[in-house]
Design a protein around this ligand. Sequence first.
Ligand code: ZN
Length: 633
Amino acid sequence: MALDYAKIGLKCGLEIHQQLSTSAKLFCGCRPELFKEEPEITFVRRLRPTQSELGQVDPAAYFEFQKGVRIRYEANRATSCLVEMDEEPPHPLNMEAVETVLTVALMMKARPVDEIHVMRKTVIDGSNTTGFQRTCVIASNGEIQVGEKKVPIQHASLEEDAARKTGDEEGDIIRYRIDRLGIPLIEVATAPVIYSPKEAQEVAFAIGRILRATGKAMRGLGTIRQDLNISIPDGALIEIKGVQELELISVAVEYEVQRQLNLIKITEELKRNGVKENSIRENFVDVTEAMKETKCKVLRKALDKNEQILAVKLPQFKGFLKRELLPNFRLGTELADRARFWGRVGGIFHTDELPAYGITGEEVEALRKFVEAGEQDAIVFVADKSENCADALKAVVERAGEALKGVPEETRSANPDGTTRYMRPRPGAARMYPETDIPPTQVTEELVKVIRGRLPELPEQKLERVMKQYKLNEKLAKQVLDSEYGELFEAVVKDSSVSPTIVAAFLTETLKALKRDGAQTDKVSDGQLREIFRCVGSGEITKEALADVFVWLSKNEGKSVKEAVVGLGLKTVSTEQLRAIVDRVIAGNKSLIKERGEASFGVLMGIIMRDLRGKADASQVSKVLKERLMEAK
Ligand SMILES: [Zn+2]
């Protein structure tokens, strides 16, 4: 059933982050690129909380520090230097990036700042070698038109991207690759005036179109990341981080509203049942003894390592832990996410899902006796090092207590299906302080004037022009402009003389289908795409072979279109060769032609195209076949 979001009182704000394809990073001359090879350099650092000038430490950051985590950074020389390693101060702000953000800001009618002040934002999960992220506001108070509505834009900022996590190692070491660190990111934030999931998506698309209009938006998975702020009146303000596809935004908003409504329902029921907050206590019981004969593999493994099994009773919670908040996502899942984060455990067990996983009914009964649990109580237990067990159960007890109050405020991260998981508590307010290594940068009136004089056309104007100029219908024109290839489309049409409809259909539907079938579409560069279409225009490859050539290039990185043609055996046949082939087929099917007359045309076409697919254009074959049939009469 569709929810009435206006009645629910949903409020949502968007923060869109887009990597910019400038010629250098934000604070040094390194190329803004990722590398796949083995790292040339690695170094280990320990996390330290950074004391802000106000003397405050972000609580989430401090927790990370307490966990004693070390970071192994990976680098190579092409994509990082001493700046990313925090061995050298940052260079002056990259003006190409500043101008790109100013372009976006002016397109959104925002007011540029007079002076850019770079600030430091505490980030101490290891994703920044410095312990902070540099960020600066470039313009504020803009608006964009989305349908009938004007959506206020709070600010357009410029940030440095963080290092990317590449894995965990034994012994509390996290691996990060610093190639991504310092890539310029534009951040655009709307006011929280979006009132439905559909509207959230439309606003995101509208912003996306403006970003791409600069021609400086990077392409591919992970180059755009959306954060959402979502709240409903009796729920809480939830921040969702890192939605990677624009299409997922409405799904993420729908899920979050659903999650909050279900949590509110649970709160009401728990209260009606008379569950009291002070009855949920950190009364942990060592139940290792009760489970020592268990056949459960996970528990067995822990017992063999001499680890502990620790349990806690949640009074009158029976049945609530298995309550679905979202498809395949229960209150128990929320408890487990907290346990994993704060206790670094693999997961939890709870009685709402038992007996199962090799744990028997008798063992559950024994457990109940051990922790003195009644029929209506739930039990949660974990197996790990005793310190981790206690941390995990503390987090479980805290989350269970919050279930009595409603929806806890927190930061959640987006999963690829639009659901979310607990990421960390909402960070404290005082996280920003000035970056003293970089002097303020003037935004002169002259600069603003120059940029205002060369603003790209607005997306709605572009749509109209593209439909008219290339004779595309509205649907296809919208699709191609909303795709990552909106900018490339016109360039391809200009230098290939291939029909705009064919180019647009290939860049949207065909590429989407190829991606769905597993083709790595990011591996084919803009230059290669232009070359493919140039070859189609000049008749060197047929339009039927487009997809095959594209897929071949995606699998054979660094190879040319010419090599693809050879590799695929797609050398097109000459008109003479084509005539010879047609004549041979006519000669071999004389009786059929005699019998069926003109109706034999389709059969003959089929036979010829089976051999020539990708090597000759169907319309060309049809023309030659008609001529030869006439002559053969
Ligand atoms: Zn660098």
